[in-house]
Design a protein around this ligand. Structure first.
Ligand code: SF4
Length: 205
């Protein structure tokens, strides 16, 4: 098993920087797959800055539409690495996105995370998942309990206020009525809204 820190998916390049996550979502891809795009994404260890730079040097980074902080876990669990590599990639002219559960404030015990990342993160994709704290906790089983729901909404508002192009998303299995309630909630934060397809065990990747 190797550490796949960098992999291509579609027209973007993805950075797999952590397996840590404070949630245990019902729909998490990790429940059914070891990775995406043919890459095993469970890490033996998180990358150092230099290891990530070395792996990035194997890819033509400017060719990609976006470089995406994801992780087979929650990238905000490795904010120190994002804070190092983000400015480097931005200085190379790359467009950067973060795919996050929006719990960066709780994880890092600070309220200013959106402001901190705004100089180099162009866009944020935040998992909204539910329209109420009760349903959120039922689906996402956060170690923070229902407080996670409110922290995630605050994070989204912070991203919008910091000028990050922000999208909140849900997975399509939650049903039409809940999707519409989530749409209204996402739009109330100033974010865009997107419905993602559920990934099943036998789906292609
Ligand atoms: S927040 Fe993301 S990585 Fe964490 S359990 Fe949920 S889907 Fe998986």
């Amino acid at each position: 098993m190797t550490n796949n820190y960098v992999y291509e998916f579609g027209d973007s390049l993805y950075l797999n920087i952590t397996n840590r996550c404070p949630n245990h979502c019902e729909f998490c891809i990790r429940n059914v797959k070891k990775g995406v795009a043919g890459s095993d994404l469970w890490l033996l260890k998180e990358p150092t800055y230099q290891e990530l730079i070395d792996d990035l040097s194997l890819f033509p980074i400017k060719k990609y539409k976006e470089i995406v902080f994801c992780g087979f876990g929650e990238p905000m669990c490795n904010l120190s690495l994002i804070s190092q590599i983000g400015p480097y990639l931005k200085s190379k002219g790359c467009r950067l996105r973060i795919n996050t559960n929006g719990l960066g404030g709780l994880i890092n015990k600070r309220d200013d995370v959106p402001k901190l990342i705004a100089p180099y993160i162009d866009c944020a994709s935040i998992s909204l998942n539910a329209s109420t704290p009760e349903v959120y906790q039922e689906i996402c089983r956060s170690k923070y309990g229902e407080a996670a729901f409110f922290a995630m909404l605050d994070f989204a508002k912070g991203c919008v206020a910091a000028g990050i192009d922000t999208t909140m998303s849900v997975v399509d299995f939650i049903g039409e009525e809940e999707i519409e309630a989530c749409r209204a909630l996402a739009e109330s934060t100033g974010a865009h809204f997107r419905v993602r397809e559920t990934i099943y065990e036998d789906s292609e990747y």
